[in-house]
Design a protein around this ligand. Structure first.
Ligand code: ZN
Ligand code: ZN
Length: 411
């Protein structure tokens, strides 16, 4: 099938506080050709979506498709073939929750991306950075104290989120290798983190010289650097070095929020992960020292949502869940909805997420020229964000590139 006409589509994309009047959406060769109250278009197939709410396919700006368990050290040691098999299931489940695009923040490779593109398994469009770049004792170094075994093997394991590089030459080489291997942006661990044993939050790990060199490489390649950050000093330093995408950002100060809004940088909060880690981390295999770190950032992250929204910061939707916790991927919607308006929450997973991914006009919008990634929701998510949860139970239709990957409409 190459042409499809969707009728009676009341569209919600987060740019307005009410659904649109019924529209017709003409789809040709996987892309949206026309959107208007009436179109003159002869299609091979028609879908009448009266009674449903139509949305662009959702975008999660921060996932880890290869994190098959929350114990990332154990995950790193798994055979790559097993990790790929498990990742295919994690990705299929993301798609079935309505996420037609996800950005992987460390671990996914070009092979997983190609497997989806070539139809070996169903999954979201995958935007990748290859391995995240970390340093000895940093956020992707899973060795504890007294363990100085060589970890150069990390780079060849699909189950590792990152690779270890110390000093400007090693970092530059690693960045260039990731870009050569298909990375679409670079990810750097520019602060300590929760899921690793020896890096306290607020640890200014990479030097200014290292971070600046990384930004230069990314810019030279026509892309950007995204950084794992919590602490305000670490965030300010990263911004000074030219980093334009802040992951987490839980401890950002009011002054830095104003600066981020002014400079047009992006923030991808990932509150659901702390919410869930605090409740169920140990059960899902998170080591005790990591569970203890969660409390430091959980409340702060939620409180900052309201401030960032008020300041006009462009926020992307992020879940950042590991292993079995990934079933809670959509929980970030109602969690954010307690702090900011529903239209803003939706926008973070549609038009604003597309900005974060530098894919404006391609995804996250029902506009001519965009991929026909479209979902239909049973009810109005502007009134109830929980409609986007429950593993896609309230989403009877999921189109990806104009093709139905789920169609439980009775129309
Ligand atoms: Zn992170
Ligand atoms: Zn992450």
């Amino acid at each position: 099938m190459t042409t499809l006409l969707i009728k009676n589509a009341c569209i919600v994309d987060g740019t307005q506080t009410e659904p649109t009047a019924p529209m017709q959406i003409a789809i040709e060769n996987g892309r949206i050709a026309e959107v208007a109250p009436t179109v003159t278009f002869t299609a091979d197939e028609e879908l009448d979506l009266a009674g449903l709410t139509v949305m662009p396919g959702l975008i999660d700006c921060h996932v880890h498709t290869i994190a098959t368990t929350a114990n990332l050290g154990a995950n790193a040691a798994l055979p790559s073939s097993l990790v790929a098999a498990k990742a295919s299931h994690l990705m299929r489940d993301m798609l079935m929750r309505g996420f037609t695009t996800v950005r992987d923040l460390g671990g996914a490779d070009r092979g997983l991306q190609q497997a989806v593109e070539q139809g070996y398994f169903a999954g979201p469009r995958l935007v990748i950075c290859g391995k995240a770049l970390s340093q000895t004792g940093g956020h992707t170094d899973y060795r504890g104290p007294y363990d100085n075994r060589d970890v150069s093997w990390y780079v060849n394991q699909l189950g590792t989120l990152g690779r270890i590089c110390d000093g400007k030459p090693e970092l530059m080489r690693a960045a260039r290798e990731e870009l050569k291997n298909g990375a679409q942006f670079l990810k750097v661990m520019a602060d300590g983190g929760v899921s690793s044993p020896s890096d306290p939050i607020g640890y200014l790990v990479f030097s200014v010289e290292e971070l600046t060199a990384l930004v230069e490489i990314a810019r030279g390649f026509g892309t950007y650097v995204s950084a794992h950050l919590y602490d305000d000093t670490a965030i300010t330093r990263a911004l000074d070095c030219g980093i334009t995408c802040i992951e987490h950002g839980n401890l950002i100060s009011d002054a830095t929020i104003t600066r981020v809004a002014r400079e047009g940088a992006f923030v991808v909060p990932t509150n659901i992960t702390y919410d869930l880690l605090a409740r169920k981390g140990a059960e899902f295999g998170l080591p005790p020292e990591s569970v203890a770190k969660v409390a430091d950032v959980r409340e702060a992250g939620l409180e900052r949502l309201t401030k960032m929204h008020a300041a006009g910061v462009t926020m992307g939707y992020g879940s950042d869940l590991l292993g079995g916790m990934q079933t809670e991927q959509s929980g970030e919607f109602p969690l954010r909805g307690r702090y900011i308006p529903a239209d803003a929450v939706i926008r973070s997973a549609t038009v604003d997420a597309a900005k974060v991914l530098r894919m404006e006009g391609q995804i996250g919008a029902i506009t001519p020229g965009a991929y026909a990634d479209i979902i239909a929701v049973n009810g109005n998510p502007l009134k109830d964000l929980n409609l986007l949860t429950d593993q896609g139970a309230h989403i009877p239709l999921i189109l990806q590139g104009g093709r139905a990957v789920k169609n439980a409409t009775t129309l």
